[in-house]
Structure formats: structure tokens, C-alpha cells
Ligand binder design. Structure first.
Ligand code: FE2
Length: 230
């Protein structure tokens, strides 16, 4: 586990998608009451469960978009007291899970004050909920952008270059097709850009410690318009 702040960690694991190693990252947030929220859980190996629960009891398991839900069930088994919150659409897709709630634009009482959140409107393919961790000024995103840089395998870098990322934090060309309602999506993005974040955590690629805001604005200029202060 990599500690980014006194109450924020990330853990990476290998994950292949369509034959390409894209990796996956889970973010662990420790709340003021010492309970943990696991964002986009990765495989619940015995070692990882031990390491995570040593930080505090797991209270919340969050599947932040329609694609990042594979390991929620395993974590729920390992931590039966944890409440499962999922992105819209997963409540029907994963009816097998004991779901406590569907994520909205409003933080749940359990993490309100520590995490803010925005549901990306107009993007039904992912229905992603993006979080802002106030104590560390960190944006916690999932597939909003990818940061496939020099630490990724060559094949991964080539594949992501083909779909339009540039070695920095950026969305792919697919978002241009998958965003169905640009004005609604733009409104969500603008709410996100109001948060005073520096660091950006994404699920695939490296954590962006600096310049993430500028990279997001550049990558989404086709939604936001060309001229914009950051
Ligand atoms: Fe993803």
C-alpha cells in the first residue's frame, strides 16, 4: 500500500483488459471516526485484507462506476459489516450484492465532510461518481481519465496512444463517443473543477501529483471549450 496522506492510501494490482495490462487501483480513505472507505476495491487477497483492516474497520465498499464492481462481493465476505454503495445501474446489474445505497451527487452521511462527490451526468456507459478528499485535496476518479506514462508496459502505452491518450493524465477518444449529453457532462465537470485539488488518483496508470487540473481541462477541452482559466 502506498500512503499519500495520513488518511489516504492507494493499492495497485495487475489487471488485464482485452489482453492489455491496464492495472487497477483501489483507494483507501480513513474517515475521522477511524473507519475505512474502500473505493474501487481490487482483489481481496488474505494479505491485503489483513493490511487494510490493520488501518481500521472497513465501513464502506464503494463501486464508483458501472465497470468497477468485480471485487465488491469478496470484500463484503471478508468484511461483512461494511455497507455497499454502488454507481447507478449497478443496483440492477449486481442485484446479487447486498446494496446499502446507490451513489448520487450527495455524499452519504457516513463520509460527508470528508468526501465530496459528483455523479458524472450524460455518461451512462460508466455512470461514474467522482470524489474529492478534502483533507488531502485529492481528486479520486476511476475512468474519468487515464495516466498511462513511462511506468506502464510498452504494449499498454501503445494501446492507449492508439485510443488518444498522450502519456499524461487524459481521457481517451472513446469518451467523445460515450458521453451522450455534453451540456450535462460539462456541468458535472465544472463542479469537479471547482474543488481545490492538486493530486488526481485514477484507477489505471500513475497517480498524478501535480498538474492534474490542467491536464483534465486540456483533455476535456472538447466539452469545456477552448479558453478556460484553470
Ligand atoms: Fe476502469
Amino acid at each position: 500500500m502506498q500512503q499519500l496522506h495520513s488518511d489516504l492510501w492507494v493499492v495497485d494490482s495487475p489487471l488485464r483488459f482485452g489482453g492489455i495490462e491496464v492495472g487497477a487501483r483501489m483507494t483507501v480513505v480513513r474517515l475521522p471516526d477511524s473507519q475505512l472507505l474502500l473505493h474501487s476495491p481490487i482483489a481481496a487477497t488474505a494479505d491485503l485484507v489483513r493490511e487494510v483492516t490493520a488501518l481500521g474497520p472497513v465501513a464502506y465498499l464503494v463501486a464508483p462506476n458501472r465497470l468497477h464492481h468485480l471485487f465488491i462481493g469478496d470484500w463484503k465476505q471478508a468484511c461483512p459489516d461494511a455497507a455497499v454503495y454502488v454507481a447507478p445501474g449497478l443496483d440492477t446489474k449486481r442485484a446479487d450484492l447486498a446494496i446499502a445505497g446507490v451513489l448520487t451527487d450527495e455524499p452519504e452521511p457516513g463520509w460527508k465532510g470528508t468526501l465530496d462527490q459528483v455523479l458524472l451526468a450524460g455518461f451512462p456507459f460508466a455512470s461514474e461518481v467522482v470524489f474529492f478528499h478534502r483533507p488531502s485535496a485529492t481528486l479520486i476518479a476511476t475512468d474519468l481519465a487515464f495516466n498511462i506514462g513511462s511506468s506502464s508496459p510498452l504494449l499498454t502505452r501503445l494501446a492507449f496512444r492508439l485510443i488518444g491518450t498522450n502519456g499524461r493524465l487524459a481521457p481517451t477518444l472513446l469518451e467523445r463517443i460515450l458521453v451522450r449529453d455534453r451540456p450535462a457532462f460539462r456541468q458535472s465537470l465544472e463542479r469537479i473543477l471547482e474543488w481545490p485539488f492538486d493530486r488526481v488518483v485514477v484507477a489505471h496508470g500513475e497517480v498524478s501529483e501535480k498538474g492534474g487540473r490542467e491536464d483534465l481541462v486540456r483533455g476535456y477541452s472538447w466539452v469545456l471549450g477552448k479558453v478556460r482559466d484553470v
